[in-house]
Ligand binder design. Structure first.
Ligand SMILES: [Ca+2]
Length: 210
């Protein structure tokens, strides 16, 4: 028996060394995988943060105020000033699209957006914090630019802010368009009207189809 063990001892030792080496390779591989996964998570988080706000890709406006010559904030010739813009209200001239009392604009966003937990849209309107009035407006969303769902009726900026946040409530689906109408039902008269700095959708849909 002992002679059998003696005969096989070298191969047993060799097998043990191979197992130990294999274990080391496995642990090294596991470390590399975990490092790559952590890096991917950081990259995903940064990418998610970078794309978390969706801004207008194009703007179509109807019945917005014509260009003025008195240096008023609504002196822009084109509603395109809203394209690609997000963030806080600005006091710079030529940064607002003013709709007047019966104005209407449609924003096609850069990506589809969806209803997630919390507010889903943030609309920046030139209001009391800029020395003007918080004017009412209504908001609609659409997946195709033809069929619209009203998600806010005659709202104004949130108290103490230059923007109004809108929750899509129980609405499901993926949307690409936002329509803003000055005033609301029964609010279609008067001299003033809302002016907008920026339009944001806060939650990209999982499908980033264009
Ligand atoms: Ca929501």
């Amino acid at each position: 028996m002992s002679s059998v063990l003696a005969r096989h001892a070298p191969s047993l030792v060799s097998s043990g060394i191979m197992v130990a080496r294999f274990a080391k390779i496995l642990s090294a591989a596991a470390l590399i995988v975990s490092l790559v996964s952590a890096a991917s998570l950081v990259a995903w988080a940064e990418d998610d943060q970078a794309t978390s706000v969706i801004v207008p890709q194009s703007i179509t406006a109807a019945r917005w105020l014509p260009a003025s010559t008195d240096g008023a904030p609504c002196s822009c010739l084109s509603p395109d000033v809203l394209i690609g813009r997000s963030g806080n209200a600005s006091s710079e001239p030529c940064t607002v699209v003013c709709l007047g009392a019966r104005g209407l604009l449609i924003a096609k966003m850069t990506a589809r957006f969806a209803n997630r937990i919390g507010p889903d849209l943030r609309i920046y309107e030139r209001g009391s914090l800029q020395g003007e009035t918080d004017d009412p407006f209504s908001v609609f969303v659409s997946a195709n630019g033809h069929e619209w769902v009203r998600v806010a009726d005659a709202i104004r900026n949130d108290p103490g802010r230059s923007s109004a946040e809108i929750d899509l409530g129980t609405l499901h689906g993926h949307f690409r368009f936002i329509r803003i109408l000055a005033g609301g039902d029964g609010c279609l008269s008067g001299e003033g009207g809302p002016g907008f700095f920026a339009i944001e959708a806060l939650h990209p849909s999982i499908d980033f189809g264009r």
